[in-house]
Write a new protein. Sequence first.
Length: 305
Amino acid sequence: MSAAVANSHGTHAAVVTSRDVHAPAEDGRRLAGTLFEPCCDLGAAGPLTVVAGGAGIARRYYARFAAYLAQHGRPTITFDYRDIGGSRTGSLKGSNVRMRDWCILDVPGVLAWAAREHPGRPIHWVGHSMGGFATGLAHNNHLIARQLNIATLSGYWRHMAGPERYRVRVLMGALAPLVVRVLGYFPGRPMGGEDMPGPAFLEWRRWCMTPQFLFGDSTLAETAHFAHFRAPVRFAQIEDDVWGTPAAVEDIASRFTANAERSMWRVRLADAGAARIGHHGFFRGEFRDTLWSAAVAWLNAPAAR
């Protein structure tokens, strides 16, 4: 299916088209995606950008941002992790999907699809929250030429701002296991997203209760792939993000030890002309002329020597 994408004023213009695509994960699981493409020859030689969402956030949340990137000559794909959004295949009760599966099966599959379907194009990655550290676990992260991380963080609860850290400690540490046991899945609204498979949430919970976050999980051998990831990477730390505090973002950034270039972007409310941004707000359309334009400027910048 192909459709014109509305511009910022709500009118339709033949600037960007979107169509549904499917990318196979490493194990063959079909993942739903949307490809946003610029018209004419705007993106003839430009990079392909992948927008990877946070845990339990459907790809539709990133549609306006993806369309904006396409308007700037960047073909862009958004996708849903397995059992989220369009990649959900049925009831979440009985799902055995873990959070690591999104990182070590789905992300490598999308990367391989992008390289195969768009040969010769550099692949740029924009990761929101989990979508940023997931590439560190992907065995083929060498396919990424440049990566921008938005609110990507170590989820250890003590890194969060108070009193939010205590709400998360009670919710994830005590209440969530009971909810998952009763419902067979975790309802996503308390964490700002979609319903999640029980095993995925419980693994996330375990990591968030551990000072080393996912790096304290001895069963997650894929953390070794962080050492092979060399693309320039930038971390956007948002001033009023009570989850992605400076401590949380700097902690995860310190794990990207092999990257040719690593930088921090301190996103201030005043710079964005906003009273509030938070953990999810970067992708609201009101920031197209401030935060989004700055994101594109960095993605377009040549790598430092």
